[in-house]
Ligand binder design. Sequence first.
Ligand code: AMP
Ligand code: MG
Length: 418
Amino acid sequence: MSRPPKLNNDCFALPAGVHWTPVSEALHLLEQRLQCSVAVEPCAVEASDGRILAQSVIAARSHPPCPNSAVDGYALSGGLEAGAQSLELRPGRSAAGEAFAGQLLPGQALRILTGAALPDGADTVVLQEDVRIKEGRLQVIGPLRAGANARAAGEDMQQGAEIFQAGHQLRPEDLGVMAAAGLGEVSVFKPLKVAVISTGAELRAPGQAARVDQIFDANRPMLCSVLRRWGMQVVDMGIVPDDAASVRAALDRAAERADVIITSGGASAGDEDHMSAVLRASGGMALWRIAVKPGRPLALGVWGGVPVFGLPGNPVAAFVCTLIFARPALLQLAGAGFQSPQALHLPAAFSKSKKAGRREYLRARLRDGAVEVFASEGSGRVSGLSWAEGLVELPDAAAEISPGQIICFLPYASFGLT
Ligand code: AMP
Ligand code: MG
C-alpha cells in the first residue's frame, strides 16, 4: 500500500462562526479529516504483540486440525449404552503427536492420551478413572454419550474463517490464537512515528538542576510512555524554548522524522504561546476551542504535511486531552480506526454541581463498587493523575450529582493504559 498524500493546510479548519465546539463534534471532525498514514509490512506472529493488522487474518487450518481426545482414557466408537459391559482392548495407543495408524471397530477400545488424534472409527473417549482392565478387556459401566470427551475437528476455528479484522491491535492472547490457526506471519501497519515536543522557557528535563522559578518537564515522560503503550514509536524531541525560531526549527526536524507531532505548552493565544503563533503564521492551524474541562484550546495544525496536535501545557489538561482527543486520532492515523473508550456505568461516591455548556473530566477511581473523585479539581494538581485510576465523564448539560447516582467512569484501561 502506498502512503496517502500529505495533509492539506486547511485540514483542521472549523465551520465559521463556531465559538465552542462540543467534544462529540470535535471527535467527529477528527474522525472525518484524518486517515491511516502508515505503510504495511509483514511481521512474524511471535513478534506481533501490539501491532495493528493491515489485513484481516484468515485461519490457515482448522483448530483442532483433527478430532482428538480431551482427556487421558480409552477411545471407542459410538458411546455406551446403560449398564456394565466389556470391550476388546486393542494393543498400541494414540498419544499426542503420535497417532494410531489402525482402524477401531465397534466393540473395541484403544488407549488414548490427552491431545492425541482419535483413531479412525472412534468418536468417544471414556475417562481412565472410569474403567478397569481385566484379561485384556476394558470393563466399563455405561451410559456414555457418543462424542463424550472428544474434540471435533474445527470446533474452535474453521480453516478459511476470518479470525481477526483489519485494524485490530494484537494482544498476547491473539498471538496464541493466530499460532493455533496455523499462521506464521501477518500483515501489519508500520508503527506510527510520533514526535513529542515540550515547549516552555520554564522547563527543565527531569533530573537537571532547576532554579526555583523553573519547573520540570512532566509532560514528555508521561506522553512518551503513553504513546509507547499504544504501540507507537516515539521520537523524543526534547524541550524547546519559547521563541518562534526555535519552535519552527523543532517542527521542521519533527516533520522530517515522524508521521505526526504532539506538542505541549504554548498552544493558547497568549504573548508566550509560540506554538500556536508559529502554526498560525504557517497558515496551517485551527485553534479548536473545545467545550471541555480541563483543556483550554487545542491547537491543531499541519506542518510540512504532517498533523500537529498542540496540547495545553498543564499536565492534567495535556493528559486528559491526550486520552480523549489524541488517542482516537492517533489510532486512526496508525490504522486501527477511530476508537471510543468503553465506559462503565457505576454509582458515584461524590456530590457535584455542574453548569451546562461543556463536558468535564474528573480524576477518579473505583472503590467498593462506587466511583470517588480526587479532592481537588485544580488542574495544576498533577499528583491527582496518579491517585486516579480513570476519569469520570460528566455530560455537556448541567448536572447535579449526588452519591449513589449512576455516572460514567472511564478506567485508564479503557484508553489502552493499565
Ligand atoms: P502553557 O500551556 O504553555 O501556557 O502552560 C500552562 C501551564 O502548564 C504553565 O503553568 C506551564 O508552566 C505548565 N507546563 C507547560 N508545559 C509543561 C510541561 N511540559 N511539564 C509541566 N508543566 C508544564
Ligand atoms: Mg508555556
